[in-house]
Write a protein that binds this ligand. Sequence first.
Ligand code: NAP
Length: 394
Amino acid sequence: MYLYLLALKGSRYTMTMIRNLGFIGWRGMVGSVLLERMQEEGDLDYVEELVLYSTSQAGQPGPELANAQPLLADATDLDSLSTMDVIISCQGGDYTQKIHAPLRSMGWQGYWLDASSTLRMNSDSTIILDPLNQSMIKENLANGKRDFIGGNCTVSLMLMALHGLFKENLVEWITAMTYQAISGGGAQQMRELLIQMGEIHEHARPLLHLRKSSILDIDSRVNEYLNSGALTTSSIGYPLANNLLPWIDIDLDNGTGREEWKGQAETSKILGREDNPIPVDSTCVRVATLRCHSQAFTIALSQDVGIDDLTDIMGQANQWVKVVPNNKQDTLQSLTPVAVSGSMDIAVGRIRKNAFDSKIMTVFTVGDQLLWGAAEPLRRMLGILSEQQAYSDS
Ligand code: NAP
């Protein structure tokens, strides 16, 4: 459509330029990681003009980037948005709710790429996780679909980690216990967790530095403070430092949260198994880490496969899975948010058979939810868009 080919002289590759790309939400958690990745990977080289939009800072100078307009555009200006060939939104569901339908009603035919969940389950939308569903993405593109939406971070990380088991059709059902970082709640919540940590330390400090103070006094001082309502909680809503929160996203009024519902719903859609879903049951928990979602899975296998074969199947499924040997030292060194944060690796470890049923296995995985759980599928979709155009124009 509006993309056009640029054959780079002397290059082995045919590169397709995206004429203009509108980017909303670039200063948020997902957006800033995405922008960083696009710069690292040279993705902006095939964007002729980048327009950075803002809901709060329109008219102000934006970051200095190659091909970017110097001033931030107004993210609510439908006329301006409708001139974009591709729009990436990392602004959140409310924004998508407000802008997407009116833009389409104006006859806008561009590609909408989105990190939020608003459009994910629409029949016109494709949930993108190309290492698993590239053929579905390409087929939907060829069929004229124009909404390509990143999956839920926890679901995408689960699918990347268990890719091999799905490929071999080994999964009968899954239960997932999640340990999700606060950056999953956005930039403001991430800042607030650090503020909470500082406030707690400040409160405990006088006793911490008294050599004769008892640990029980310190503990009760901290606990009283956490229950006093004095801690800063304006963004997270509750103390998260020295705590965990076993509920994420809205209450569906049936004993589950929406984050938990997404486990099966999005897995089925990404795998193209909406008519024959693999049961996935989750308990989702927010923990006081800054980045990375960790998950403990119990998986019922369709056949009794040995642990060495299972390890090979999981480790060889895609280039990002890194199997961590199931021993204490390797696990504590490499299967943690601290080890994985900021990397593209999906660490997979604690691979074991259940003690009382050899067709049930357990696995623990850690992945950076801002990368494979959010930014990476979106930036790879930009690449697929230009590649697709290269095929259709040649
Ligand atoms: P976020 O960090 O809260 O950013 C969203 C917007 O908030 C920004 O684009 C910015 O918009 C505004 N903002 C206000 N104060 C800010 C501050 N102090 N720093 C940065 N931005 C600030 O949200 P997000 O976590 O990136 O999530 C965006 C969407 O992606 C959501 O729908 C979320 O559900 C989805 N998602 C998130 C993750 C994750 O791990 N965080 C993973 C997968 C999907 P203006 O510049 O226009 O003011």
